[in-house]
Ligand binder design. Structure first.
Ligand SMILES: Nc1ncnc2c1ncn2[C@@H]1O[C@H](COP(=O)(O)OP(=O)(O)OP(=O)(O)O)[C@@H](O)[C@H]1O
Ligand SMILES: [Mg+2]
Length: 294
């Protein structure tokens, strides 16, 4: 019997019986499909999005998005301004709930559990998901307090010493500790832009999230600060799953293992980063990554 091409495989043949195994199976198939290599086929999906549509009032911003985020990998979301990248990120931690008139349809699962299910505790959900925004936004508090805030409200430390340890470890992981250890009680806003962004990353990881969403985290940084954050992203993926929105193609190629290209609210193409950047199927992807539009 000759071996069948993975992309010829009918879905029914690989579909498993339970929702939990099904979401893993669907990721494997999709990865093989898109990348054509089968590499990483066994990586489980941390997040699965199925037929996700988002509306702002009557205006539809996302159309039937199906996307799987691989665990302990970096997934880059790319595409021209207004194509729905931030909207998609906000579906994962339910931040679209906070926008008046925004309506989400379809299914987003975190570890197989539907995040929009009625009995989900949104505060607890968000404690599993860290978020880093385009502009560094430290709280108007000290460096220490910026990082300690999350662990304190989520009760992650039994006493002051444990809290100190969490703060130090988070700052170390964010590659900032050596630069700030002697001024932990200075305001977070007294740091440089690149340091503030690393402080925000330290704040995000202090609550030990499983997933970190980054929305253009380097767009206001210089090349040196950007390089530091990119290095950090690569280190963080051994512990966390990361989704990063970026307008910088080189950055997407450098930091991610998977790339999703969005255009006008549609997920046009998704696959391994190598595949998307060297041999995409869709002309629109090719045009975008080579700078012909966007
Ligand atoms: N709060 C909102 N109210 C109404 N429409 C919105 C809102 N936020 C986003 N939109 C619309 O939804 C679409 C997708 O926007 P989104 O911010 O997700 O795009 P994006 O890909 O992140 O763009 P950019 O690269 O510029 O950040 C756009 O047409 C935008 O105008
Ligand atoms: Mg955006």
């Amino acid at each position: 019997m000759t071996e069948r091409e993975p992309d010829m495989m009918p879905e029914a043949e690989v579909e498993a019986e339970t929702p939990e195994t099904q979401y893993r199976a669907s990721f494997s198939l999709k990865t093989k499909d898109a990348a054509g290599t089968g590499a990483d086929a066994a990586v489980p999906a941390k997040v699965t999005a199925r037929d996700v549509c988002v509306f702002y009032g009557k205006k539809q911003a996302l159309f039937n998005v199906n996307l799987d985020v691989a665990q302990h990998r970096v997934t880059a979301l790319i595409g021209p301004s207004g194509c729905g990248k931030s909207t998609f990120l906000r579906c994962i931690n339910r931040m679209n709930d906070t926008i008046d008139g925004c309506r989400v349809q379809g299914e987003v699962r975190l570890d197989g559990v539907d995040v929009n299910q009625k009995n989900i505790d949104v505060v607890q959900l968000r404690s599993r998901i860290g978020m880093v925004f385009q502009k560094p936004n430290p709280f108007p508090k000290s460096i220490y307090e910026n990082v300690a805030y999350g662990p304190r409200i989520h009760g992650l430390a039994a006493n002051g010493r444990e809290l100190d340890e969490i703060v130090e470890q988070s700052l170390r992981r964010a590659g900032l500790f050596d630069e700030v250890h002697d001024r932990l009680h200075s305001p977070g806003t007294s740091l440089s832009g690149g340091q503030q962004q690393r402080l925000c990353i330290a704040r995000a990881i202090a609550i030990s999230p499983e997933l970190i969403l980054m929305d253009e985290p380097c767009s206001s940084l210089d090349p040196i600060a950007t390089a530091k954050i990119e290095e950090l992203i690569d280190e963080l993926r051994s512990r966390f799953t990361i989704v990063i929105v970026t307008h910088n193609m080189q950055q997407a190629a450098r930091v991610s293992q998977y790339t999703a290209f969005f255009h006008l609210g549609h997920l046009v193409e998704f696959g391994s980063t190598e595949y998307i950047f060297t041999n995409p199927t869709e002309e629109r992807t090719q045009d975008y990554i080579t700078g012909r539009f966007g």
